[in-house]
Write a protein that binds this ligand. Sequence first.
Ligand code: G1P
Length: 293
Amino acid sequence: MQIRKAVIPAAGMGTRFLPVTMSVPKELLPIIDRPLLQYVIAEAVEAGVEEIIIVTSPGKELISEYFQPRPALEKHLAAAGEDQLLAKVTAAANLTKVNFVLQHEALGLGHAVLMAKDAVGDEPFVVILPDDVIAHSPGAISQMVQVSEQMDAGVIAVEVVPWEVVHNYGVVAAEQVAERVHKIDGLIEKPPREAAPSNLTIVGRYILPPQIFGYLENTQPGAKGEIQLTDGILDLLQTHDMYAYEFSGVRFDGGTPMGLLRASLAFALDREDTSEEALSILREFQDRIDPLT
Ligand code: G1P
């Protein structure tokens, strides 16, 4: 399965980040100096993806603006000999080809993915939820592409989480078939803890066959009254095998303010140009930590 296209749903209202999301789309919020979107696009490009399809909604035009060339700024930085800054400016536009489709009504993640049907066409593709930022090299999508080739089937990224939080996620029922690889028997979106078949939860990376679109066209609203991607994949299991893969790497939840803070700290500690300052910031706060804990 050569994966050439990635669909990135970015049509949500970003309510967990109000009030900033009244004007700035959540997907453009930064970890240090790069928008969340840029991290996940880089992960896709590393895995061989050649075309990104971003699903947005009316009012989120700033997202497409981010990928426009900036000739005046580039000229200014070039003239000033600011090569490093110039590279940052051209990085976004140079990453890969980016296209946009609109989701006019907020009907759910499954519906947002369905909006990309024509842009994807008749080939397997990857869905990337930009809230989930995964730090690892090679990236999670590269790892999943390998599993998908080995199994000749679709793959969903999963991780084991504490039982107390399973109700926040899509959950898979699956049987382990190899190290880190499980064959999926069923999926359920945000079940109460008692109804969860496992604590193996879905992380926002999915390699899917194009037949998913036919199923999504018939998927009825589920959890939260929304058309869920999880429910579409459950229907897809009637005709297609799917595997869950426990990726290597740490997943950060960029979809909440505190998750983004955690990601920012972790990335700043890892990045050569910021690690020293990040450490000294942490030291500044040391006396706030209860010495008894
Ligand atoms: C979505 C999916 C869910 C998955 C989660 C991962 O939920 O519907 O199955 O576990 O992303 O981040 P959301 O967080 O958009 O409610």
